[in-house]
Design a protein around this ligand. Structure first.
Ligand SMILES: CC(C)(COP(=O)(O)OP(=O)(O)OC[C@H]1O[C@@H](n2cnc3c(N)ncnc32)[C@H](O)[C@@H]1OP(=O)(O)O)[C@@H](O)C(=O)NCCC(=O)NCCS
Length: 425
């Protein structure tokens, strides 16, 4: 226990263990992926996340890509854990009144509707802060202010317009999107940081603020190294790239590492689609690596001895290493290379990952019981706080918490049945 009466786990003397965001109430108007990925992290950190959904349908993803008929899809359940759900038609007078009460009650409003949706319902930033000056109003949009601001966006639109697609893939292939959802979940993570900053600043100012993240900007932030390379191009070809020719923009560069140390994905046994290991050759590992693969003569060979000597013919360098990797499985390569401190990564398939014991042991692949679909697997929270580990609970059923939430906000208007009958809930 510390001098100020707070135990090392953050709990007040004798009180229950508190989560980092205990007491923070989030009014969650998000849908699809970008917004829900943000509010799920806030919920995992301990915020009370109240998801407001369109009566009858809810978040559109509940019914998309369903694997079990008439049961909330994995798309929904994997992005909405630890939240509560209230259905509310915010276009109706009673819906607006309840929504205003929720704004009074909450610390953060998060939404990722198309441009202007909440404004059209009368909930402008001015109106929202008039209702509750302490609330922060956080929006994820495709684009920031400017010529694209009125445009809708999805993941691949953001990847296209944030530079991800022009720089991903192979020089002789089409622009390619990455499976990592850098536009959607990438924006969600950026938004978590922005919201936490606004909450922290409120501790000094007492005021909430307008918080915005554009998906295009999030992708651009994540391809920062490609903008670095765009500027390097003015001084000559990018020698660490596998490309033979360059124009005046950064080309798609296959599996080049993107950093200062060269790397490549090399084949391993038995030769399946994902039997590869990504190997990075730092300067200091060249000598032990050459010895390990049975080519000790390369250590002092002037053609291979230094990073500068290897740079012009990296394909040949990695080809030599691949002659060795092809004789082993990717996990044998992983062990052998780590034994001599070579950074490397076997290409893990989604099946490898969902079955990985170490990920399961750390809760990064977690089993979550769901009242209608049974147990499903989800990806856990990558943010780890020593005092308050994340406990994953199921996603809510549509409107599961209608009565409970109305009670909490002291709603004394029409009762739940009447509101339901009128299409408000
Ligand atoms: C994702 C996106 C393209 C989807 O477009 P969409 O399906 O046409 O949905 P929108 O968000 O534009 O509009 C939702 C509509 O449902 C209505 N709606 C949603 N929830 C409601 C509720 N609880 N009560 C009443 N109306 C509701 C909105 O008012 C809006 O209607 P309107 O156009 O008459 O104002 C769009 O929301 C978007 O561009 N979002 C910002 C960027 C983003 O986050 N994209 C990634 C999503 S993963």
């Amino acid at each position: 226990m510390s001098a100020n009466g707070v135990s090392s786990n953050g709990a007040p003397d004798g009180g229950p263990v508190r989560k980092a965001l205990d007491g923070v109430k989030v009014l969650d108007m998000t849908h699809v992926q970008a917004g829900p990925s943000c509010t799920q992290i806030l919920a995992w950190l301990g915020a009370d996340v109240i998801k407001v959904e369109l009566p009858g349908r809810g978040d559109i993803t509940r019914g998309q890509l369903q694997d079990v008929p008439d049961v909330d899809s994995l798309y929904f359940t994997m992005l909405n854990c630890n939240k509560r759900s209230i259905t509310l038609n915010t276009k109706t007078p009673d819906g607006k009144a309840i929504f205003e009460r929720l704004i009074e009650h909450c610390d953060v409003l998060v939404e990722n509707f198309g441009p202007g949706v909440l404004d059209r319902q009368g909930f402008t930033w001015d109106r929202i802060r008039e209702i509750n000056p302490r609330i922060s109003y956080a929006s994820i949009k495709g684009f920031g202010p400017g010529k694209y601001e009125d445009f809708k966006a999805y993941e691949t639109v953001a990847q296209a317009m944030g530079g991800g697609m022009s720089t991903t893939g192979w020089p002789d292939g089409p622009p390619t999107s990455t499976g990592a959802q850098i536009g959607d979940s990438g924006s969600g993570i950026h938004m978590v940081a922005a919201i936490l900053a606004a909450l922290y600043q409120r501790t000094h100012t007492g005021r909430g603020q307008r918080v915005s993240v554009a998906m295009q900007d999030s992708v651009l932030n994540l391809i920062r190294v490609k903008i670095r390379d765009q500027q390097r191009l003015a001084h000559g070809p990018l020698r660490e790239y596998p490309n033979k020719t360059f124009s005046d923009y950064v080309p798609r560069s296959g599996n080049a590492s993107g950093g200062g140390q060269p790397g490549q994905a090399l084949k391993t046994a038995p030769g399946g689609e994902n039997d590869y290991v990504y190997v990075i050759i730092q300067p200091q590992v060249w000598a032990p690596l050459a010895k390990l693969i049975g080519r000790p003569e390369l250590v002092d060979d002037p053609k291979f001895a230094t990073p500068a000597a290897r740079l012009p013919h990296l394909d040949e360098v990695f080809g030599i290493v691949e002659e060795w990797t092809k004789t082993l499985t990717k996990f044998e390569v992983l062990d052998a290379l780590n034994a001599i401190d070579v950074p490397c990564g076997p290409i893990l398939s989604t099946k490898d990952l969902i079955e990985d014991e170490s990920l399961a042991a750390r809760g990064m692949i977690a089993d979550v019981p769901h009242p209608e679909r049974g147990t499903f697997k989800t990806v856990g929270c990558p943010l780890v706080l020593s005092d308050t580990p994340v406990e994953i609970t199921t996603s809510p059923l549509l409107g599961e918490h209608n009565e409970e939430i109305l009670r909490e906000i002291g709603w004394d208007g029409k009762d739940v049945k009447a509101l339901h009958a009128a299409g408000v809930l």
